[in-house]
Design a binder for this molecule. Structure first.
Ligand SMILES: Cc1ncc(COP(=O)(O)O)c(C=O)c1O
Length: 354
């Protein structure tokens, strides 16, 4: 198969191609030295008085080895929300270009575009929550700079069909961003091993879900070296702080523990799904390849408020397209899940009385 060559002159905003990026003191000097009088830092050692590595190379080395992706194909950001925002600003000219999203899906793609003043075209998923491949390809044009796909998809929980994604990557005229935030909860479905076959593909992953590190804010974008170079060109110079970098360097030694916790959550997900199926007030329990389940009920607002009154917060997604009566429920600990099920049983009794 011939690799499609990306036309960066067409795809990337002209002002970004022309941009002279900020050159930070720590980015400019390469080599070793013992006296650093170049960055207006405080010389007294607090452990944190020096700026961190702008390109986070030590951390990228370790991620590269574990994820089997070369360092130049890795971008690290303040959550995956940072690369989402940067990608929109890199490729989309406000007032001219647009992004395509496939609702119901993760909300930040639209927010990033709205902030940048970039139009958003919505092409809903099919009723089975799969991609309307033909519609997407028919509606795309040279101003469709980015298509955001999310697999497993938030809030529906399902994986998108692999063949559909491949067909779209081949035929879409712009960049396809595949958000794999929940990939650890699905089986061997990541596109990462195939990254080098698709020059217009950007894959997003995050430490916020399976790794249990939402608070430290670390997201990853994987793509061709050319795209990663452009992201590095427009990011703020020291976008990751040293606390996050050092902490993750240590956490990466706990891969087994991460995988064990994923296994537990997948077991809990199966248990929750079985219990949900026994409640007659739940009309639909959707398949999940993630760490949450989308259920559809008659009275989503009523059940949501009832659970709030019990101190249990779930996500009311009933206003999203195709999600009528939808509540998105994150898989918790056994104790948390049992609390939820007990409250749901109470709700079921109340409903059967009324
Ligand atoms: C699909 C998807 N992508 C990205 C994110 C955000 O990830 P991060 O915490 O790395 O910004 C979320 C968070 O809920 C998500 O659902």
């Amino acid at each position: 198969m011939l690799l499609k060559k990306l036309d960066f002159n067409r795809l990337v905003r002209a002002n970004i191609l022309k941009l002279t990026p900020y050159s930070s003191a720590r980015g400019e000097f390469k080599g070793s030295a013992s006296v650093f009088l170049d960055a207006n830092e405080n010389p007294f050692d607090s452990g944190y008085n020096r700026y961190p590595d702008p390109l986070q190379l030590t951390l990228k080395d370790k991620i590269s080895a574990l994820w089997h992706v070369p360092v130049p194909s890795v971008f690290l950001g303040n959550g995956s929300d940072e690369p989402i925002d940067l990608l929109v600003r890199l490729f989309c000219e406000p007032g001219l270009d647009h992004i395509i999203i496939t609702p119901p899906t993760y909300g930040m793609y639209r927010v990033a575009a709205d902030i940048a003043g970039v139009e958003v075209k919505e092409i809903n998923l099919r009723a089975d929550f799969q991609l309307p491949v033909k519609d997407i390809l028919e509606q795309a044009n040279e101003h469709s700079k980015i298509l955001f796909l999310c697999s497993p998809n938030n809030p529906t929980g399902n994986l998108l069909n692999k063949e559909d994604i491949i067909q779209i990557i081949h035929l879409f005229p712009g960049i396809v961003v595949l958000d794999e935030a929940y990939t650890d909860f699905a089986e061997n479905t990541s596109f990462l091993p195939e990254l080098s076959n698709f020059p217009n593909l950007v894959i997003l992953q995050t430490f916020s879900k399976a790794w249990g590190l939402a608070a430290i804010r670390l997201g990853m974008a994987f793509a061709s070296m050319e795209i990663i170079d452009l992201l590095n060109k427009i990011k703020s110079p020291y976008n990751l702080n040293i606390l996050t970098i050092d902490f993750v360097l240590r956490q990466l030694d706990f891969l087994k523990e991460k995988n064990d916790s994923v296994d537990i959550l997948i077991k809990e997900r199966h248990l929750l799904i079985e219990h949900f199926k026994s409640f007659t007030f739940i009309n639909k329990v959707n398949r999940s390849d993630a760490n949450f389940i989308l259920i559809q009920v008659d009275d989503a607002d009523g059940l949501y408020q009832f659970l709030v009154s019990k101190g249990i917060i779930v996500r009311n997604r009933s206003n999203m397209p195709l999600c009528e009566g939808g509540l998105r429920i994150t898989v918790g600990t056994t104790l948390e899940n049992n609390n939820l099920l007990a409250s749901m049983s109470e709700w079921a009794s109340l409903k059967s009385l009324s």
